[in-house]
Ligand binder design. Sequence first.
Ligand code: ATP
Length: 595
Amino acid sequence: MKRVEDNNRLQMMSSDEKGIETENKEQSWKPFFHLLRSVKLPWALIIVCTLVNLLQSQLGLLFPQYTEKIYAGDFSREIAGTAVAVVLGKALCMAVYQYVGRYTSHLNQMRFQNYIWRKLSRLPLSYFEKHEPRDLISRNTEDTLTVGEFLSYGISRILSTVYGFAGAFILIFGYDWRLAASMAVCLPLCYIVGVIAGRYYFKMNNRLQGKLADMTRYFSAVLPYITLVKLFGQENREEKNGEDWIERYYKTSFCNTLVSTAVSFATTMTTVLQTLVIILMGVWLVRDGSIDIGDWIAFYMYANMLNNSFTIIMNIWGELKRNQGCCARIAAVTGIPAEENPGTLGAGEISGDMEFRNITFAYHEKKVLDNVSFTVPYGKMTAVVGPSGAGKSTILHLAERLYTPDEGQILWGQKAAGEYELHSWRRAIGYIPQDAQLFAGTIRENIMQGVTGDIGEEQVRRAAMQADALEFIESFEKGFDTEVGENGTKLSGGQRQRIAIARALLMNARILILDEATSNLDAEAEYAIGQTLKELRKDHTILMVAHRMDRVKDADQIIVMEHTRIQGSGTHEELMQSNELYRQMVDLQAERIAV
Ligand SMILES: Nc1ncnc2c1ncn2[C@@H]1O[C@H](COP(=O)(O)OP(=O)(O)OP(=O)(O)O)[C@@H](O)[C@H]1O
């Protein structure tokens, strides 16, 4: 039910609350240029695109001159031939530009996505706790798509359009300065429309992306728990919630369309006004005899070119502002420092006892461990027990270096954790979490996950047998090649855990860390794994969190946790004599079994 409540809580949370938009409110170009510097872009192709587009603009500038000559009655082969060559050349340039542009666009997207993916996979765990996966996915899909495409076409379009605009502007002065001056009448208006439009594009795009992220977050939060929705008869409620999110997105989208249409209308009106001024001025000058009709037609074509260029510049400006928002969102991920990994010592140097020395740790503001010190002796079994929420699992997370202690340090073989290379450290630990997570793939792939070196079929089978998983694996038609489904959903909780145990065993880790690893197993399987653990104790160090007190009786050392602190430690017998909390837990367990 908790999940459904969580989903409903999502209903109340907008993207503003989750900080999606707040990250992007500042209209700075820094992230844009930072990305340009960080990602290796195919500059040679971008330059080719730009040159071809510039050539296209240049050919476009030539065309009115030949039209003017034809209007003036010059039908010579040279003029007609050149005019045709100009038109064909322009078409060819367009085709090359499209082809190279698309190719460059795909390359850009690929490089952006690789860059963000590399950054994402190295971010600290705490980052993923604060951000919805959906937001992160959207940064590496929708945002990179927009930026990648813009950088392939956008740069060349900006340069060639500005070139065409400037060329046409200079050429029209060659006809009659009064006509040229009439063009300038509307320029301030164009500027104002451009600035206002840019601001709106930036804001609207951010809002739209935020609503899209909200909507998809809602769906991805509810669909995996559709069983709970059905079990609690929440279909109508979730149907309504989903419709609300869809409506919110489309309202913003319609609003966006309205703003875009208004900007487009303002742009068109500005160009219409400009054309009107030119026509009136042209008619006046032709009647006056200051210019002939051929000049006026050429001028008119250039003026149209200027208008078109202006519209294109406005569109590019809008795209630039959209890209500014995308870059800000991407930079919000890529700017986060990666997991700290300054150590150099390799796996070969890991040995001896693991020591927690004066560890204090808080999740954000909430203190979970307060000055905790204990040693996990080499080759022995240490069990951590205590009431729910006492901080037991957190100890294991710190041992895995998923988080860094706020104070104190973890040592292994007298050397601080920070001196060891992070991945070597983690590979030296076989971690079996409370809720065993599996990757989508086959059982074999999951058991072999994280294992380096050559591993034969026999070793995989042995690990599965030790974890008491062989029997159920072989009962499947495809055996080790059975697909486990996303996050192992095609297997039962107990089966998932046994695969996780086999995985940890195959890693041949120096220390095995178990978090309630047998809680999902039936009595028979639990007994079998208990026996395996006994075997493993002979040559493994084991650190284990357990709720079942009978499972920890024979541990070499038991740590009793309560409210962020260690309340006591010793063997079962010692604690039974000296520790009231421990005795209570043992009695409670006995009562439960009796019931
Ligand atoms: N990622 C997290 N972010 C914020 N708080 C957390 C996080 N993980 C755990 N906590 C909080 O820290 C406290 C200790 O959690 P922990 O999982 O270590 O307890 P535990 O003793 O293992 O509990 P249990 O026996 O129920 O599994 C709890 O109050 C929990 O709500």
